[in-house]
Design a protein. Structure first.
Length: 322
């Protein structure tokens, strides 16, 4: 038996229940994990709230670190006792133990701690694919990053600086502006009181930016398109304020813009794809990118953590201790 956060219906944070669930033995190609640390992500909110539909009751959550406790038939990529992390696959990370497909596991190097891993598998792998595959940033480019003091944001700011980019970052408060700045954001913009599009144009001498990395969605869609330079790319990778509207091609035409909506599922569809972005993340951590665990909760207090994330009260990464 394991302790887990399950939902029997989708809705507000109050639908999350802390209860005992049976785990069982791993089937062919699977492992049983004893989880040591679990990451909180915005996708957990979408799962709980009903943005994504799946069979209920279910355990939610998409990233954790832990130890392999048992392996099923045919598992060759890991063995009992290995430290591993994972991201995506079927929901179910909010648990002390779980069954998980071995092929999706990411072996954790000795110099990557469990908290670092749980705080960065989903957010850091996202930054890894966004900056290396979706729009590979070149030294000297100026980019716009929304929610720059958040989980994805603080990792992205540090990584972008190491690529030699100038980072313009939007944030919801002065306190967050300082956090973004401390992580390499050259020009924090408090977009709750400033017109970020106008500020981007001012900073770039009227040119606009070649790329906007947008995990905020609805609230910034129009301004993001307006902040792009000719042939620029809007990378809409999240919807913390609600999904972006359906894109009218006519909006893209005047500056011949590109719009993409990438996700971690395709970017971790094969072991090779996953390990490539994981290796790049581990390398960046070794080079000094910090995974800031600014909030931690007991797993049973998951509702409190969700409320804080949705109220824009968190910065950096949030983890659950098991
Ligand atoms: N596609 C992918 O592969 C992928 C993977 C990981 C994450 N994501 C997305 O990336 C985004 C960031 O994820 P995260 O886990 O690192 O979260 P986070 O950035 O730590 O938290 C979300 C932030 O969004 C900002 N925000 C703006 N409007 C908001 C609103 N109406 N309600 C709530 N927050 C609002 C807030 O920062 P300010 O107060 O500074 O505005 C808030 O702190 C999310 O949209 C997530 O879904 C996508």
């Amino acid at each position: 038996m394991a302790d887990a956060i399950t939902i029997h219906e989708q809705g507000g944070p109050e639908v999350m229940r802390y209860e005992e669930v049976s785990v069982g033995a791993p089937g062919p190609g699977e492992v049983r994990l004893r989880q040591t640390c679990i990451g909180l992500n915005y996708i957990d909110v979408y799962q709980r709230a009903g943005v994504y539909k799946f069979d209920l009751p279910a355990c939610i959550g998409m990233e954790a670190a832990g130890v392999v406790e048992a392996v099923g038939d045919g598992v060759e990529v890991v063995k009992v006792g290995d430290r591993v992390g994972y991201v995506m696959g079927a929901p179910g990370a909010y648990a002390t133990e779980r069954i998980y497909p071995a092929e999706r596991l990411i072996p954790l190097p000795d110099d990557i701690g469990d908290e670092q891993a749980a705080g960065s598998m989903l957010k850091g792998l996202t930054v890894s694919y966004l900056l290396r595959r979706t729009f590979p940033v070149q030294a000297g480019q100026t980019v716009l990053l929304h929610a720059a003091a958040g989980g994805v944001g603080t990792i992205a700011c540090q990584w972008l600086k190491r690529l030699g980019a100038t980072v313009i970052g939007t944030v919801g408060s002065d306190e967050k502006a300082e956090i973004a700045r401390a992580h390499g954001c050259d020009h924090p913009i408090v977009y709750t009181r400033e017109d970020f599009r106008a500020r981007v144009m001012e900073i770039t001498g009227g040119e606009g930016v070649p790329v906007v990395y947008d995990g905020v969605g609805a609230a910034v869609f129009e301004g993001s398109l307006g902040a792009l330079a000719r042939f620029g790319t809007l990378v809409h990778f999240g919807a913390a304020s609600g999904p972006a509207p359906a894109v009218d091609p006519k909006l893209l035409a005047p500056k011949a813009l590109y719009f993409t909506r990438p996700g971690l599922a395709p970017h971790t569809a094969t072991r090779e794809l996953t390990l490539d972005i994981a290796d790049a993340l581990f390398q960046k951590i070794r080079e000094g990118v910090k995974i800031e665990i600014n909030q931690s909760y007991d797993l049973k207090d998951a509702a409190e953590a969700h409320r804080a994330l949705e109220a824009r009260e968190t910065t950096g990464s949030t983890i659950f201790r098991v």
